[in-house]
Design a protein around this ligand. Structure first.
Ligand code: AMP
Ligand code: MG
Length: 406
């Protein structure tokens, strides 16, 4: 049986990087950048006013008192027709380029305009001294031409789309969208709109796994329920293998009707591993065909969920070129004493928060791999190495966040 690190390494080895495609910027939200982006411009491209007011020479207003000759006006999108000299000001609007000779903007609220008998206009400032650079932003403050501004592997959010627009990218190179089929298996399952009969339960894993897929930015295809018969499994597995990744839940342990590994082999899926030394999720199965990666997740809901977080998410990140592909823990202090008993390394549903002393974490009251209800009180999982042990409040433990966060 593989240990967790070996299983994760096997996934990294067998999962290929996804294809690169170019999509219109407006369709790139949530996709992953396939190449880093270098700025072709300085931003802002010129020294620019941050306020409506007057462009001045700060030295003219050093003591907070000045009467300056108004010689021009410049609005956003224009360039002033002349430079300013000492004793002069140009009226300026937010976003307009700072005229040559000016080095500060005085806000309109701090000024008043006087018109002389010959219709000449002056600006009177008598509120506060001006300083060089006041209320303007210098060319290249936020980025310089040639700067690397977005790294490869970045998932695109609205602010990245805005930046790409600013840089003039109507199209963007991203990793392929990943289609993930979700197939529940089990004779006991009924659909979520049905009332379970004796011995039956609703198929909760399909909705949960499909949501985990979507939370990872991939496209979920819900394939319904396969019965525990070779025929039904063969048909639905065949359909699922048309996806980039196929997730099955149930049917991978040692029961008489756990037919999934055999049916996957019959469908031409090569086994890479079966069973990992982990709790929950020991029966997990992983294999591949030329075009599809296949995970057989144990049917117990929390096992399915944890195996997704560790193994499936690693595969999806590897395809998308997101580094690191493997889940990264962070350290938090236990907020309570805790008696851990377990002969396998365990991911324990927990509630993590933060206070003045940093992150802290509390194991929830959890009744094992079938207890999905309790996980709704959790936002993370604590990793406990194998072996019975009394943990003390305040001890540092490794924590893994769950997709969807708190
Ligand atoms: P299995 O891995 O098929 O042996 O199933 C283990 C446990 O998980 C059994 O109690 C099943 O009834 C339950 N289970 C299997 N599939 C699902 C599902 N899709 N939704 C909820 N529970 C399930
Ligand atoms: Mg089953």
């Amino acid at each position: 049986m593989l240990n967790i690190d070996q299983a994760l390494a096997a996934i990294e080895t067998h999962v290929p990087s996804g294809r690169i495609e170019t999509v219109p910027l407006g369709e790139s939200l949530g996709r992953v950048l396939a190449e880093s982006v270098t700025s072709s411009i300085d931003s802002p491209p010129f020294d620019k006013a941050l306020m409506d007011g007057f462009a001045v020479r700060a030295a003219d207003v050093a003591d907070g008192q000045a009467t300056l000759r108004l010689i021009d006006e410049v609005t956003a999108g224009q360039v002033a027709s002349k430079p300013i000299a000492s004793g002069e000001a140009i009226q300026i609007m937010t976003g307009a380029p700072i005229p040559e000779g000016a080095d500060a903007v005085v806000r309109i609220e701090d000024t008043r305009i006087q018109t002389g008998p010959d219709n000449s206009q002056t600006v009177v400032i008598d509120t506060r001294p001006a300083t060089v650079g006041q209320d303007l932003v210098r060319q290249g403050t936020s980025m310089r031409q040639g700067d690397t501004v977005l790294p490869v592997g970045r998932r695109l959010r609205p602010q990245e789309l805005g930046l790409l627009a600013e840089l003039g990218h109507p199209n963007v190179a991203v990793r392929q969208a990943i289609t993930v089929g979700v197939l529940a298996t089990g004779d006991e399952l009924v659909t979520i709109d049905q009332v379970p009969g004796p011995g039956q339960i609703r198929n909760s894993n399909e909705a949960m796994l499909a949501a985990q897929v979507r939370a990872c930015g991939a496209v979920a295809r819900e394939l319904g329920i396969a019965r525990d018969t070779p025929e039904d499994l063969a048909e639905k597995i065949g359909e699922g293998l048309r996806c980039d990744v196929l997730l099955l839940s149930g049917g991978v342990s040692a029961g008489r009707l756990d037919l999934v590994p055999g049916q996957l082999a019959a469908a031409g899926v090569s086994e890479i591993f079966h069973r990992v030394r982990i709790k929950p999720g020991k029966p997990v199965w992983f294999g591949a065909t030329e075009g599809c990666l296949v995970f057989g997740l144990p049917g117990n809901p929390v096992s399915s969920m944890v195996c997704f977080e560790l193994f499936v998410r690693t595969a999806l990140r590897k395809i998308s070129g997101i580094l690191p592909a493997q889940p990264t823990p962070f350290a938090a202090r236990l907020s309570t004493d805790f008696e851990f008993r377990g002969d396998r390394p365990t991911y324990f549903p927990s509630q993590c928060g933060s206070d003045g002393e940093g992150p802290h974490v509390t194991p929830i009251s959890w009744h094992g791999s079938s207890d999905l209800r309790s996980t709704t009180d959790a936002n993370a999982m604590i990793f406990f190495p194998a072996g019975d042990r009394s943990y003390k409040s305040g001890e540092w433990v490794d924590v893994f966040g769950w997709t969807g966060g708190s």
